[in-house]
Design a protein around this ligand. Structure first.
Ligand SMILES: O=C(O)CCC(=O)C(=O)O
Ligand SMILES: [Fe+2]
Length: 280
């Protein structure tokens, strides 16, 4: 593999999105023997679980040490006094302070352009291999495409919810659906720090193949989605807490209904959207 030389966004500020493979040994050892991809395969049982519930939880991917290194990069994006010189590469960057200075809400997209760690996470074999198995109906390993990344920090003592929603309401990227979402816990997710909850089986809930709600969502109104559910769907509305441990990922279907409540303690999570590569 050639040594990666990213193009510069500004003099001295690399844009890592110009490097189309992982950076040698930065987050994981790049795969050189094609056979090694198979080591990251989900079992048939896991694949069946995904299609039964619409999501798969608790897949260990990152060590605590790796999470801590990534969390240092996250801190930098929240710190106005130490602005990353490439911050304008982000497609979205929304921070909001409440109360104490370490009490910052952060939502951004495009951070893979800014640091080597965010960049390499996108190429992690444990994101790519399961994604391929889940979006290709023959479960085989093929190249997948990365669509976008997103980072989300919920500060402590925060009563803001993320209303029940289907990601397909926001991102209708493939029709029929051939993409999914990888959600990465950068710290333990618990009921007390606003863990993500999922409704098992709700990936089968759609309206003519589309989402239940296709309007701009009011994310503060937790139960807005319930106003459009059928009686049968309402009877099946039984939330399950993801309870991801630090370093674990979940994979979820774009139609699965999920959301999170307010939190007493801080929570940091990152997600990537992966889609089928139409060319292969
Ligand atoms: O982290 C949250 O509370 C919301 C995240 C979310 O909706 C997602 O990962 O699709
Ligand atoms: Fe979502």
């Amino acid at each position: 593999m050639s040594v990666a030389v990213p193009e510069e966004f500004l003099p001295g500020v690399p844009d890592f999105s110009t490097v189309h493979h992982s950076i040698e040994n930065y987050l994981f050892k790049p795969i050189t023997d094609l056979k090694d991809w198979a080591k990251f395969k989900l079992t048939d049982q896991q694949i069946e679980q995904y299609w039964k519930d619409g999501y798969l939880l608790n897949i260990p991917v990152l060590s605590h040490d790796q999470c801590d290194r990534i969390n240092e990069d996250v801190k930098r994006l929240m710190d106005d006094t130490d602005r990353h010189p490439g911050i304008d590469m982000l497609y979205k960057h929304h921070t909001k302070k409440s109360g104490q200075s370490n009490n910052v809400f952060l939502h951004c997209q495009g951070q893979w352009r800014l640091t080597k760690l965010f960049h390499d996470l996108v190429f992690h074999p444990q994101f790519l291999v399961p994604t391929s198995q889940l979006i290709n109906s023959d479960r085989t390993l093929k190249k997948v495409r990365f669509w976008h990344d997103q980072l989300f920090v919920k500060p402590p003592k925060n009563d803001k919810v993320v209303a029940w929603h289907q990601d397909y309401s926001l991102w209708t990227k493939t029709t029929p659906i051939k993409h999914l979402i990888v959600h990465v816990a950068l710290d333990n997710q618990t009921e007390e720090n606003g863990a993500l909850y999922y409704i098992p089986g709700s990936h089968r809930w759609n309206r003519d193949g589309g989402p239940l709600l296709d309007t701009e969502l009011d994310f503060e109104n937790m139960d807005i989605i319930k106003t459009v559910l059928t009686e049968e769907e309402r009877a099946q509305f039984k939330p399950v807490c993801g309870n991801l441990k630090k370093g674990e990922i979940s994979l979820h279907h774009p139609l699965v209904v999920h959301g999170s409540y307010g939190n007493r303690y801080k929570r940091v999570s990152l997600k990537t959207n992966e889609i089928k590569n139409n060319n292969k």
